[in-house]
Design a protein around this ligand. Structure first.
Ligand code: PLP
Length: 406
């Protein structure tokens, strides 16, 4: 572990790299072995048994890459340090992390039940509503958690800020309402730069590492930070079910952590400028951003250190204008995902939240923006021309226009 006295930005650069000097290297080594030579049957077998039960490798070594990979373990150590967690466990994607958590906790009790606070990312909502993993879910709002709890409840799931409306949930209040049942906070939008849910009483913190942690739109991964007992149970689940993070992805995610604080703060600065500008725009009915949530006044500084770089806007022209704007942008890319260095725009009701039940699906007049590292004046000009552009059907910018601006 890096020195506990290091401040966050120093930890982001150095965590998980503590032994590099000793190894005589400057960048973390990438171990691509799918299998490993064994010293002998007895030691190899004991190591296997330890890892298959969620423990660490013994003197018998790493044995097999579904059980343990040192490049992945470096990233896990770094992320745990940034989330102020005893441990973290990495997975092939954010959804694999969520599935493994549900599987691990549903082993604790027969007919396991989950309470989930909406809104949530559409994929998470879909997974929970489907009952796919044999887990029954009650959906509620933040005030309904205590009422929804049952003796069979094994987990409470919340997302704050939530995808896509940026609603804020008071984590401490949810933990109190859960009455000792583990609370999982999806911290994908806030990142550990802006929020550390474990310090507020949550038991598990989940990230779609595909987003801000990777930060460059070129890697898919997920990670859960938690205490050592839960981590052992997640590692065991991962070893049994197999949704491991590839070591090349782990290397990229670990590298992503080094610039995470700088990226998050710079992207946040631009998002705040765009929120201010969009708020006065005649084509925009409402801007969704953490600073506009009534809970911001009490949570700013206590739960969150900043509002982040995700925002959504309701457009006056409804779904037709959503179509027009997403076709009209030239610098923003019309694409799902978020948290990268380049700005993205998309319609949650048509895409990321399409599988959500109609009564909980986001409004069709909403566009979600992920603000990147471009110059904010270029981003503002791009949105201005897309909002002012001719309606869909009367022609829209072509690929040449897009390339010219890039
Ligand atoms: N959680 C949130 C808040 C997300 O936005 C996403 C994906 O968009 C996920 C979880 C799922 O992550 P992944 O796409 O890496 O499986």
């Amino acid at each position: 572990m890096a020195s506990p006295s290091l401040r966050f930005d120093s930890l982001a650069v150095h965590a998980g790299r503590e032994d590099l000097n000793e190894l005589g290297v400057h960048a973390p080594p990438i171990d691509l072995s799918s299998t490993n030579p064994l010293p002998d049957v007895e030691l190899g077998g004991l190591s296997y048994e330890s890892m298959a039960n969620g423990g660490e490798p013994g003197p018998g070594g790493n044995v097999y890459a579904r059980l343990w990979n040192p490049t992945v373990a470096r990233f896990e150590s770094a992320l745990a340090q940034l989330e102020r967690a005893p441990a973290s466990v990495a997975f092939a994607s954010g959804m694999a992390a969520m599935s493994a958590t549900l599987l691990a906790l549903s082993q604790v009790r027969k007919n396991a039940h989950v309470v989930a606070v909406r809104p949530l990312y559409g994929g998470t909502d879909h997974l929970l509503a489907s009952g796919f993993l044999g887990v029954e879910t009650t959906f509620c709002d933040a005030t309904g958690v205590a009422r929804a709890m049952r003796p069979s409840t094994v987990l409470v799931v919340v997302e704050t800020p939530a995808n896509p409306t940026l609603d804020l949930v008071d984590i401490k209040a949810i933990v109190a309402a859960a009455g000792g049942v583990p609370v999982l906070v999806d911290n994908t939008f806030a990142t550990p730069v802006l929020q550390n849910p474990l310090e507020l009483g949550a038991s598990l913190v989940l990230h779609s590492a595909t987003k801000f942690i990777g930060g460059h739109g070129d890697v898919v991964g997920g990670v859960v930070a938690c205490g050592e007992d839960l981590a052992a149970s997640l590692r065991r689940t991962r070893a049994i079910t197999g949704a491991v993070l590839h070591p090349l992805a782990a290397y990229l995610l670990h590298r992503g952590l080094t610039t995470l604080p700088v990226r998050v703060r710079a992207q946040q600065r631009s998002a705040m400028r765009l929120v201010e500008w969009l708020t006065g725009h005649p084509e925009v009915v409402r801007v969704h951003y953490p600073t506009n949530d009534p809970a911001w006044a009490s949570l700013a500084g206590t739960q969150m250190r900043g509002p982040g770089s995700m925002l959504s806007a309701q457009l006056r022209g409804g779904p037709e204008q959503v179509d027009q704007v997403t076709r009209g942008v030239r610098l923003f890319t019309h694409a799902v995902s978020l948290g990268g260095v380049d700005s993205l725009i998309q319609s949650p009701s048509a895409l990321t939240h399409r599988p959500v039940a109609p009564e909980a699906r986001p409004r069709a007049d909403l566009v979600r923006l992920s603000v990147g590292l471009e110059d904010v004046e270029d981003l503002e000009r791009d949105l201005a021309q897309a909002l002012d552009s001719v309606p869909h059907g009367a022609g829209h910018p072509d690929a040449c226009g897009r390339l010219a601006l890039r």
